[in-house]
Design a protein around this ligand. Sequence first.
Ligand code: HEM
Length: 139
Amino acid sequence: SCNKDDDQPAAPQTLYERLGGKNAISAVVDQFIANVAADPKMKRTFQPLLDDVAKGNTARVTSLRNNLIDQIGQASGGPEKYMGKDMVTAHKGMKITDDEFNSLVADLVASLNKFSVPSKEQGELLSVLGGLKGQIVNQ
Ligand code: HEM
């Protein structure tokens, strides 16, 4: 083409862009939290948070939600900056098992499926988050 704007290949889209940006990530996180709250395998570790919500205190779940949106946003190449605890500190003393970790990932996948996130993008996101497993399990 003679149009110089067409000479460059399109910039590759970041995972963040392919996921649909902050609004789409927020919707996935909200459904993910709903799945976790309803998952009997998450009861052991999330009971304190569920108790707060039952008492009408949503500050803790809101903070978790916003931290997850920032964490996924940052990890996928978006402008968000994760300001929460590091993963070891956030999960210290919980003694999270492999089985519990896998159940939480399944709750996330169910949310990604609900929003029809393609398997390529699911795989990329799970690979980033899966890399954190060693900091989360058995702490
Ligand atoms: C890749 C997997 C995971 C990621 C990315 C992740 C991320 C996070 C983040 C960002 C926080 C908030 C940290 C803060 O407050 O500063 C958090 C807290 C927490 N996580 Fe995880 N987590 C993962 C796996 C798990 C698993 C497998 C469990 C349990 C089975 C778990 C249970 C919790 C609990 C109970 C909290 C504290 C919630 C509260 O009461 O405020 N997490 N996690």
